[in-house]
Ligand binder design. Structure first.
Ligand code: SF4
Ligand code: SF4
Length: 256
């Protein structure tokens, strides 16, 4: 089954968009309540459990956790969005190397604290501190630039999820129904990740998968008037074929 074509049958774009939004609001609320419950039970490493879940899900379906469960993401979507200046992020912040470097430093500090500081009375604050750092940075970048700017370019778990999800069996795809109208691009909270795939569909006359940075939130699928965006399994051998095609056609843009 491909989500979107099957779920959108008989629904207008506005209805489909609000259906996906309502489901997502519910799963994000579940993510927040579960986190609060685990914290209340004294399970201070609950965010490590979340990270393991997020990365395991990414192997099969990409960054679904970021779009549907992450409490930090929910904060950006529902709170930071209200006061964000909605501007483009500067080049150095969106560079891959900035994201990779931040990930290495963030994980390095966490591993160091976890391995070498084991008997300090404040050891239980480490995972909460990690979360606070992510939330603070996310809020600052979200306020100055756009709400999911941190998620798109800086969040270590998002970056790892994106790397692990590159060849996931379930992908977001734009099919040949696409009319290049650009409606989906305004619905996407990650900014600019749909355009390369839209261009490739037009250029290559075949369905194209979206960037691995996509959070599978379905906002674009709900907004698309041509029902051209779907989430579902890709054919076996899809990535091998894709790699072969791009090595034969060096001018074609990469999927990411
Ligand atoms: S909204 Fe649909 S038809 Fe328009 S560009 Fe996006 S995928 Fe193509
Ligand atoms: S490309 Fe679509 S599914 Fe992916 S993050 Fe953007 S709106 Fe959500």
């Amino acid at each position: 089954m491909t989500v979107s074509t099957d779920m959108k049958k008989g629904l207008s774009c506005t209805q489909a968009k609000s259906m996906y939004q309502n489901i997502r609001n519910t799963t994000q609320l579940f993510g927040i309540l579960l986190a609060a419950m685990l914290l209340g039970m004294g399970i201070y490493y609950f965010n490590i459990l979340y990270v393991i879940g997020a990365l395991a899900a990414a192997v099969f379906a990409g960054r679904v956790f970021c779009g549907w469960i992450c409490p930090n993401g929910a904060w950006m979507d529902h709170v930071v969005k209200r006061f964000s200046l909605h501007r483009k992020m500067p080049g150095f912040l969106v560079s891959r190397w900035f994201g990779y470097s931040f990930t290495v430093v963030f994980l390095g500090i966490f591993i160091y604290l976890r391995v070498f500081i084991t008997d300090a009375p404040w050891v239980w604050t480490i995972p909460i501190g990690m979360m606070a750092v992510q939330m603070t940075l996310g809020t600052i970048l979200g306020a100055i630039y756009y709400p999911r700017g941190f998620c798109a370019h800086v969040c270590p778990w998002g970056i790892l999820g994106s790397l692990l999800g590159r060849r996931a069996a379930y992908q977001m795809t734009i099919n040949l129904n696409c009319r290049s109208c650009g409606t989906c691009t305004t619905a996407c909270s990650l900014g600019g990740i749909l355009e390369p795939a839209i261009s490739r569909v037009k250029e290559n006359h075949k369905p194209e998968t979206l960037s691995a940075d996509c959070m599978r939130c379905m906002s674009c699928a709900g907004a698309c008037p041509a029902n051209a965006i779907q989430f579902g399994p890709v054919a076996p051998g899809h990535f091998a074929k894709k790699a072969k095609t791009s090595s034969e056609k060096p001018s074609a843009a990469s999927t990411g």
